[in-house]
Structures are given as C-alpha cells and as structure tokens.
Design a protein around this ligand. Structure first.
Ligand code: HAM
Length: 406
C-alpha cells in the first residue's frame, strides 16, 4: 500500500519550464500595467464569506456551488477567494478611499479557488493577473482597459477574439429582465433544470447556458443591447467608436453576461480558439455599484482578470542568448577562490557552482546537463598562476584567462 500524498484534484504545482513561463509572464505583464499607472496590491487569500455573497452574488454559480467555505477556529464564516475584485473593493471601502475621492488603479496576481469540475483549462486552484480602477466613469477608461489587455496579449504574441456586451444599468436592466422573463416563461418547462431555477433567481444567467437545447430555445429572446437606456446606449456606441478608431476588432455578443453579478454597462471577454473548450483567457467589465454593495459611497469601478494557466498554454519562452556559466574545481584547495570568483561573476551573469572537485570531462558533462554554455574551472596550476580555465561549450574554444580579466 502506498502512503504517498498527492496534490488535491484540480490543483497542481507550477515548476520547471512552466514556472519559468509563469515568472516571465508576471514580470512583463506587471511592467505593462505599471506603464498604464497601476500599482501593486496584495490582498489576503482568505476573506469573510459575506464579502463574496455581497459582491459576486448569491445567485451566481461561483457563490452557490464553488466556494471553498468553512468555519474557522474562531467560528468565523470564511472563504478562499474565488476571484480578486471583491478583496480589492473591500480594501477600497475599508480604507475609506470612497470618501477621499480621486482615482485609484491597482494590479494583482495570485491564486484563486473555485470548486469546479476539473478539466483541461479548468482548475480548482488557478492564478489570475488582474487590474482594478476606481473613480473613473468615463467610457474612455473602458477602452483603456481593453487596450491594456490587448497590449499584454500582443506582447506575448497571443491571438484573440474580443467579445463585447453592455449589461445596462439600474434604469434599463430591470425592464429588460422583465421582458426576458416574460419571454422565457412561455417555454420555461423546456429549459434545463438550472435555467428553470435561474428564470426566478437571475434570468439573464439563462442567456449563457451551455446546454444546446436552451441555446436553441433562446434564439428569439430579446437582446439587452436593444433595451439600453440613452446613457448606456451612448456609452456603448462611444466605446465601439473608440475601439474602431484604435483598430481593435470585437464581436458584439448580447448573450455575454459574465459569471459574476456585479457588472453593469461594459462587459467583455477575450477568447482564444487555440486552447479548447475553456477558451476565455481574460474577462472583465464595469462595476459601478459594487462599492455601494459593500457599504461604500457610490464610486465607478472597472477591471479585468487574465487566467494565467490558460495564457501559459499560448506563450513561448523567447530564446535568450544570455550566458550561463558553470564553475568548478579540479581539487579542494581551489574551492575558496572559485566561490569568491563565482560570487563576483553572479553580479552580472547567471553562475552555477559545483562544490565537489572533478575531472575536466566530468565537469563538462554536468555543465551540459545544466544547459551552461561556459565552463570555468580552477585547479592547482590556475591557483598558482592567478588564472582560470575557460571552455565555450558550443564553439569548443578553450583558453586560460587572468582571473581579473574573467
Ligand atoms: P472571471 O471571468 O471569472 O472574472 O475570471 C477571469 C479569468 O480567469 C477567466 O477568463 C479565465 O481565464 C480564468 N479562470 C476562471 N476560472 C478558472 C478556472 N477554474 N481554471 C482556470 N482558469 C480560470 C473574474 O474573476 C473577475 N474578477 C474579473 C474582473 C476583474 N472583473 C472586473 N475586475
């Protein structure tokens, strides 16, 4: 009987070439977000369950079925975060920034937890890179956020389709919901079990049901984009105009309702056709009422999150021509000098060291396994002469250099 312990279903270690890609992505996406004026925020992984009920919404699948929720030792009802926006908004309200006014832009990355049915591209612990903006209601910011995502995706050479919708506001959404419910009621019993429930709890969620029969039934359903009030309509038209002007292609998808309840007006998803069924690589939108839902003063908000694991499927590590030096000794007496030189060398170049003295041939073998391109060895003779033996693994060139020249 084996007594080894495995990682939990839907959770995995990020290691080797994937971890190289992971840090390469984080470093460069962070730099791009910083250029757009975002600064880093880190919020806790564990929050009060009420935070997600009040933001993501009790009728959403995330809150309903997918939360890692438990009572802690102090009898607090807590939850591993299923997404990053709620924690950032909680911070914004807790620090009374809603009362201070002004604009705030934060980016974050880290693990999120959803108890979903694992499959390719769908994990129970996954990582997001996200950005949140507070205090800007101007629709140019919606376009700015979309352009930021485009810049990140283009930086990594990723092709995408942008799906766009408007979810209206408190003025136009309730009327639209009524129209939709009236329409759905005429064939409610034919809808799937989940949609039957959704008609009463959150009817717009019916629109993005993946069940084929539901989708067929929905063919003639009213479209939110035909029911927008004048403010939502003019913002939606303006957004399309700005995207056109900036040559960003998009598809209007009036069934795009997003899986979280806090959105109003702009909602979008970036999808890739190269990663299978779980094709959404980023999603986001405007959430102008979320600060109020969490007890703050009405403040405009907009943001997005990229699913890092899905993105890494699409990124290739650029060929880097940077040197990797492998250093070793031919005898024990050279070890101190070798370590001292290696520490100097590390200031500019990746330098790996081997502590055990070995023959030339053995050192070359290890260096190759470690993908080093330069081997630098010190033995008794080199120590005496103040030199170091260098071999370029690719060109096979060998030379003895003065230590100070190395
Ligand atoms: P979301 O659409 O739920 O939005 O998630 C954003 C991205 O996270 C998805 O497009 C997908 O790439 C990735 N993702 C979601 N679930 C999984 C999973 N189970 N396994 C792997 N990847 C997954 C949000 O979370 C919002 N907080 C985005 C946002 C920020 N809206 C405004 N600000």
């Amino acid at each position: 009987m084996s007594n080894t312990i495995q990682s939990l279903r839907g959770m995995k270690d990020i290691v080797g070439s994937e971890s190289e890609l992971f840090t390469y992505f984080i470093e460069n996406a962070s730099k791009i977000a910083q250029k757009y004026g975002f600064s880093y925020i880190e919020t806790p992984l564990l929050e009060e369950t009420a935070l997600f009920k009040r933001s993501v919404g009790e009728s959403s699948d995330i809150v309903n079925k997918e939360m890692y929720q438990f009572i802690d030792k102090g009898q607090n009802d807590v939850c591993l975060r299923p997404e990053g926006t709620a924690g950032v908004v909680r911070h914004f309200v807790e620090k009374k920034l809603d009362r201070a006014g002004g604009t705030y832009k934060w980016y974050y990355y880290g693990p999120m937890f959803r108890y979903e049915r694992p499959q390719k591209g769908r994990l129970r612990e996954f990582h997001q890179f996200g950005c949140e903006v507070f205090g800007i209601s101007n629709v140019y910011e919606d376009a700015n956020i979309i352009m930021l995502i485009r810049e990140i995706l283009e930086y990594f050479g990723i092709g995408f389709t942008l799906k766009l919708n408007s979810l209206g506001c408190v003025l136009c959404m309730p009327q639209y919901k009524n129209n939709l419910v009236n329409h759905l009621n005429s064939f409610k019993s034919e809808l799937c079990e989940d949609c039957n429930r959704r008609v009463d709890t959150n009817p717009i969620r019916v629109l993005d049901c993946k069940n084929e029969k539901c989708q067929t039934l929905l063919k003639d359903a009213p479209k939110i984009t035909n029911s927008l009030c004048s403010s939502c309509n003019s913002d939606f038209e303006k957004l399309k105009e700005i995207l056109d002007f900036n040559k960003i292609n998009y598809e209007i998808d009036s069934n795009l309702v997003r899986g979280l309840d806090y959105y109003n007006k702009t909602a979008f998803e970036f999808v890739s056709n190269e990663i299978g069924a779980q094709s959404a690589i980023a999603g986001g939108g405007r959430y102008d009422r979320l600060v109020e839902f969490l007890g703050g003063k009405s403040t405009a908000g907009i943001g997005f999150a990229i699913g890092i694991e899905r993105l890494l499927e699409l990124i290739k590590m650029p060929q880097c021509n940077q040197d990797v030096i492998y250093m070793g000794t031919l005898d024990d007496s050279s070890l101190n000098t070798m370590i001292k030189v290696a520490n100097q060398k590390r200031k500019t170049t990746k330098t790996l060291v081997e502590y055990t003295p070995r023959s030339f041939g053995k050192h070359f073998g290890i260096a190759e396994k470690l993908s080093a391109n330069i081997v630098a060895l010190i033995g008794e003779n080199e120590l005496k002469n103040g030199t170091i033996y260098i071999k370029n693994i690719k060109t096979r060139e060998e030379t003895n250099l003065k230590l100070e020249d190395f």
